[in-house]
Design a protein around this ligand. Structure first.
Ligand SMILES: C[S@@+](CC[C@H](N)C(=O)[O-])C[C@H]1O[C@@H](n2cnc3c(N)ncnc32)[C@H](O)[C@@H]1O
Length: 205
């Protein structure tokens, strides 16, 4: 695990409240809309990569999904999420890992990532991520990043901006871009950030 990366994120979640970080959403509406559109059975394995303190897991549990994993590089983030959920946290698999070094032991029907992949500014990290989604996503990949009109940094770290074309070519030929959508995110401090949401499926050969 990259120590610098982990130290950065542990510090963020030790020091900042959800109202003090730009990515907080009161409701992850677009993610939920895309997840529902995937029409998966409720026992399908779903992973939220870099889930942090997102409320997505709360909504998925409420909707009745029963095989949910949340992965994050920050143990603090996952503990805060677990505290919020209380007993319901026992129904979730919590994975502390740097996604670039994650070694899954099974496939996921649906892989969700909002605002994590864009931190991978090194080619080899993107290649590791592509290997993972190519080999361990069986039905849907929902990936959301800052768009070309979004910020150049997040949480003080440089990010890579994307549009639908650049993401589609990055994940081709193993995954096929089916749908994309732009969204303006309203941060807790009343600024805006332009995101792109993409929905991929594995390409059948
Ligand atoms: C901008 S936040 C987004 C959090 C969440 N996805 C959301 O939409 O609210 C980025 C998250 O990715 C996590 N993260 C950053 N780099 C990571 C990596 N290499 N592996 C796993 N998690 C990472 C951070 O700890 C943080 O929780």
């Amino acid at each position: 695990m990259s120590n610098e990366r982990k130290t950065h994120w542990e510090k963020i979640y030790a020091e900042k409240s959800p109202q003090q970080v730009s990515w907080t959403q009161s409701e992850p509406s677009t993610s939920l809309e895309l997840i529902k559109a995937a029409q998966l059975p409720l026992d399908a394995p779903i992973i939220d990569v870099g889930g942090g303190e997102s409320h997505l897991v709360d909504h998925l549990l409420q909707l009745g999904y029963s095989d949910i994993s949340v992965l994050d590089i920050s143990k603090n983030a996952l503990e805060r999420c677990q505290d919020r959920l209380g007993k319901a946290a026992d129904k979730v698999e919590w994975i502390v890992a740097d996604i670039t070094q994650f070694q899954p032991i099974r496939s996921y029907a649906l892989w969700h990532d909002r605002a994590v992949f864009h931190f991978l500014t090194q080619k080899e990290d993107r290649a590791a991520y592509k290997r993972l989604v190519s080999n361990y996503v069986s039905h849907s990949l929902i990936l959301s990043t800052f768009s070309l009109s979004g910020p150049l940094k997040c949480s003080g770290l440089p990010i890579q901006q994307y549009d639908a074309t650049s993401l589609a070519s990055l994940f081709a030929p193993q995954l096929e871009l089916i749908h994309h959508k732009e969204e303006i995110h309203q941060t807790p401090f009343n600024t805006t950030q332009a995101f792109i949401y993409t929905y991929f499926t594995p390409k059948r050969s």
